[in-house]
Design a protein around this ligand. Structure first.
Ligand SMILES: [Zn+2]
Ligand SMILES: [Zn+2]
Length: 276
C-alpha cells in the first residue's frame, strides 16, 4: 500500500542499471511502496547505456532515462563509443543528458597526469553541453572537489555551463554554499538537487542552504545505489528512499511532506519534461 501523502515523489537521480541491483523488479516494487511515482535513471558508462534505455522502455511510467559519460569514466571512452552514445541520444527519448560533469576528487587513473585528466573531463563536459543544446535537453551535472582544496571543480563546470545559455543544469547531490547556489539560479537558470547527505550528521551547512533555496529551484534524489539516507545509512540504496530525503527537507523548510512532494515533483516534471 503506497504512502498516500508522498505518492507523487520523483527521484531525479539514480542508477538503475547498476550491477548491484540483482532483482530490479523488487527494487521498483519496494520503491513504489515507499511512495515513489517516478525516477530518472542515469546511464553513465558504455556498459550501462543500452540497459538504461531498455529499462525506461519497459517501464515508461516509472523510469525515464538519461545518458552520458561520467567524468570518472572519460578516459575509458574512445571516439567510437562517443559517437555511439550520440547516436543513442539522438534516437531515443531522454529526460536529459546525464550524468556528466567534473570530478576533481578522485586522483587521475594510471597513465594520466592530473592536468591532462582534468582537461579531458572539461573537453567531455563541453561536448555534452553541445549535444544537450542540439537536442534541446537539460543536463544532470556532477561536480566534486577534494575536501579542503577550494572549488576549482565547481568554478570550471560553472564557466562551461555559462557558455550554453539554452541548456539548464541541475547540480546533483548539491553540497555547495549559498553563494554558489545563488549563482546557479541567477546566472545559469539552473537547479540544485539534494541527496541523503542532508540526512547525515555534520552536514548543517548544506542543510541551511536546502532550507533557504527558492522553492522553484529544488529537487530531491537518491543517487541510488549509493548514499542511502538515514535511517538506512551504509545500506544498498533504492530510489524509494528519496522519501527520507524529502522528509528531511520538509523538516528543514518547516513545511509538510505533501508540500515538498508537490514542489519537487512539479520542478522535476518541468526540468526533465516528464509527461504526466
Ligand atoms: Zn554524481
Ligand atoms: Zn550519480
Amino acid at each position: 500500500m503506497p504512502h498516500e501523502e508522498t505518492r507523487e515523489l520523483i527521484d531525479t537521480h539514480c542508477h538503475l542499471a547498476s550491477k548491484r541491483y540483482v532483482n530490479l523488479e523488487s527494487v521498483c516494487e519496494q520503491s513504489r511502496s515507499l511512495g515513489l511515482s517516478h525516477c530518472i535513471s542515469q546511464g553513465t558508462h558504455p556498459k550501462d547505456w543500452e540497459t538504461t534505455l531498455a529499462q525506461a522502455r519497459e517501464k515508461p511510467d516509472f523510469v525515464s532515462a538519461c545518458l552520458a559519460v561520467h567524468p570518472s569514466d572519460c578516459t575509458e571512452v574512445d571516439e567510437e563509443q562517443w559517437r555511439r552514445m550520440k547516436k543513442l541520444c539522438r534516437e531515443n527519448r531522454l529526460a536529459a543528458i546525464g550524468e556528466t560533469g567534473l570530478d576533481y576528487y578522485w586522483d587521475a587513473p594510471q597513465g594520466w597526469d592530473e592536468t591532462a585528466y582534468r582537461s579531458r573531463q572539461r573537453d567531455f563536459l563541453e561536448r555534452h553541453f553541445e549535444l544537450a543544446h542540439e537536442l534541446g535537453l537539460n543536463i544532470s551535472l556532477h561536480t566534486r572537489d577534494k575536501a579542503g582544496a577550494g572549488s576549482a571543480c565547481f568554478e570550471d563546470a560553472f564557466a562551461i555551463a555559462r557558455q550554453f545559455p539554452t541548456v539548464r543544469p541541475v547540480f546533483h547531490c548539491f553540497i555547495g554554499s549559498k553563494q554558489q547556489a545563488e549563482r546557479i539560479f541567477e546566472q545559469l537558470d539552473g537547479m540544485v538537487s539534494f541527496t541523503g547527505l542532508i540526512t547525515f550528521k555534520r552536514t548543517e551547512e548544506v542543510q541551511a542552504v536546502a532550507a533557504w533555496c527558492p522553492e522553484d529551484r529544488i529537487m530531491v534524489e537518491t543517487d541510488a545505489p549509493f548514499l542511502s539516507p538515514e535511517p538506512h545509512r551504509g545500506e544498498l540504496n533504492i530510489p524509494g528512499r528519496v522519501r527520507y530525503v524529502a522528509e528531511k527537507l520538509a523538516g528543514l523548510r518547516r513545511v509538510s511532506i505533501e508540500e515538498i512532494s508537490r514542489i519537487t515533483s512539479r520542478n522535476a516534471h518541468l526540468f526533465f519534461r516528464i509527461s504526466a
